[in-house]
Unconditional design. Structure first.
Length: 217
């Protein structure tokens, strides 16, 4: 009888969902080619010795200054990620400062490893993103207003006010990564073949070359 009860219990336990299931952690960088000769490491950066950590490791003033927006897009994105602020390592968060000249655009881009939220500090911006089903959501935002962009979706901010604009953005990744659509497609190294671009956009070579020339290619 005891044997039957034990067997029954064993079968029930087998059928129960496991209380914990582990999967690989999300990547913290674009890629990590294995060096099979070295000892295993973490997915991210090794830790500084605790005895060498100081208060300074947990504070960062890199986002305090206005960025230079004299460029093609009229934007400066200052990324306060783990590469600039090592104290963020393994904490899964980071922030950017985005300055936009009048008429400036933070061009369509996506963050493969993060959702983004943001708040307008100065100016007026058209903020929008497109879903995987090609639905476009957007709104013109003023000072103090927030937005959110779900992870991986293509989004932009366009300064539609009369003066400069400033936003701060926040991420649930220490290194969100940014795939900037125009640069990814038209300014990669080596170049994406013209044949791919003419067919993808259904235009002639001269259009593709015209766009590439804007990025100095
Ligand atoms: C804004 O979209 C940013 O990535 O900081
Ligand atoms: Mn973004």
């Amino acid at each position: 009888m005891a044997t039957m009860a034990t067997l029954y219990l064993f079968i029930v336990l087998l059928l129960l969902p496991l209380p914990y299931s582990y999967a690989d952690p999300d990547p913290l960088q674009d890629f990590c080619v294995a060096d099979l000769k070295s000892a295993p490491s973490v997915n991210g950066f090794p830790c500084k010795l605790a005895s060498e950590v100081t208060s300074g490791d947990f504070f960062y003033d890199g986002l305090s200054k206005e960025g230079n927006t004299t460029n093609l897009f009229g934007v400066n994105v200052n990324a306060g990620n783990v590469l600039a602020f090592p104290g963020l390592n393994t904490l899964g968060i980071s922030m950017n400062r985005v300055d936009l000249a009048p008429g400036g655009i933070n061009p369509p881009h996506s963050h493969p490893r993060s959702t983004e939220s943001g708040i307008v500090i100065e100016g007026k911006l058209l903020v929008g993103f497109v879903t995987t089903g090609n639905v476009f959501y957007s709104k013109v935002l003023g000072v103090g207003e927030m937005f959110v962009v779900p992870r991986g979706l293509v989004h932009f901010q366009l300064n539609v006010g009369d003066g400069k604009a400033l936003i701060f953005t926040a991420f649930n990744s220490q290194l969100p990564g940014a795939v900037i659509a125009p640069l990814t497609l038209f300014a990669s190294t080596p170049s994406v073949p013209d044949d791919v671009l003419t067919r993808a956009f259904q235009v002639e070579d001269d259009v593709i070359n015209g766009i590439k020339s804007k990025f100095g290619l």
